[in-house]
Design a protein around this ligand. Structure first.
Ligand code: ZN
Length: 289
């Protein structure tokens, strides 16, 4: 099992830069990084480096980019102009991925949409939109990984809904991102995960979380914790054992937290701690006999 770092962990650390994350992740032994689009956009706007600089860096180092994280709000668009904007954003992300050597794009559902919609309506829309996106990424072999998000206002907020969409599309290039925080936050069904085909789960986002109620206003990404924190409530053994049992082949365990406390660490201290936590977690829950 390889170790992954998601820039959600450190994106607001003082003087953060993506380029520095690459160096630190390589130094502290990560195999993969998920680059966050807002970090990349911020650095490119500040002229810190070019996409080509990052692409050249990856060419000469061991660290690889696991996913582009993310295209947000891809579904349930009300107007043609909104739909066109998603396609334009996807095309720009594909261009970037080809420069960075990245083979996967995480897509995140729309939140707090104006119209009311049933789950079947949302599912049908997502299948149609993702099929259209797939037609654009497929020529480059780029995969799409749908990340359900455990918030009440999210259009796709449980594992079983994301999995049903991916199952209906039935392409080896479309899968699910399983984020432990999101799974817990809206009480996704363990039965659904246990019955899933692990090959359809492309990404495993590791974290722990404070034990707060489903749907609570304050049950947000900020409640995430490094795994191993005694305040955490997640059943780590069950996540790891289930992923093993269903044949997860993603081959990476990617740490993703968004805790304001951790943004007060230096960027280096943050990445170093993240590497320790991820390695300890994998040793304890995945590599054990
Ligand atoms: Zn995630």
């Amino acid at each position: 099992m390889k170790l992954g770092f998601n820039e959600g962990c450190d994106r607001f650390c003082e003087n953060h830069s993506v380029y520095r994350d690459l160096e630190l992740c390589e130094q502290y032994g990560f195999d993969y990084i998920d680059i966050q689009s807002e970090c990349l956009d911020r650095d490119l706007a500040a002229d810190k480096y070019t996409l080509e600089d990052l692409g050249a860096w990856f060419q000469s180092h061991r660290l690889k980019m696991l996913s582009y994280n993310a295209l947000c709000g891809f579904n349930m668009k009300a107007t043609q102009a909104e739909k066109d904007a998603v396609v334009d954003e996807l095309d720009e992300i594909i261009r970037r991925c080809r420069i960075l050597g990245c083979g996967m794009i995480v897509v995140v559902p729309s939140c707090d949409i104006a119209q009311e919609a049933t789950r079947p309506e949302i599912r049908a829309d997502a299948v149609e939109v993702l099929r259209g996106m797939l037609s654009r990424t497929e020529p480059y072999g780029i995969r799409l990984s749908l990340e359900f998000c455990g918030a009440p206002g999210m259009t796709i907020n449980r594992f079983e809904d994301a999995y049903a969409i991916v199952q209906e599309i039935d392409s080896p290039l479309v899968g699910v991102t399983l984020d432990q925080y999101h799974f817990n936050a809206m009480a996704s069904g363990w039965d659904a995960l246990e019955q899933a085909d692990g090959r359809k789960i492309f990404i495993w986002h590791l974290n722990d979380t404070e034990d707060v109620p489903c749907g609570a206003r304050y049950n947000t990404d900020e409640k995430r914790l490094w795994p191993g924190d005694p305040r955490g409530c997640l059943d780590h053994a069950r996540f790891a054992d289930t992923l093993k049992k269903i044949g997860f082949e993603g081959d990476a365990c990617t740490l993703e937290v968004f805790r304001p406390d951790y943004y007060r660490l230096s960027q280096e201290e943050n990445v170093r701690t993240a590497a320790q936590c991820t390695r300890a977690h994998v040793d304890r829950y995945w590599n054990h006999a």
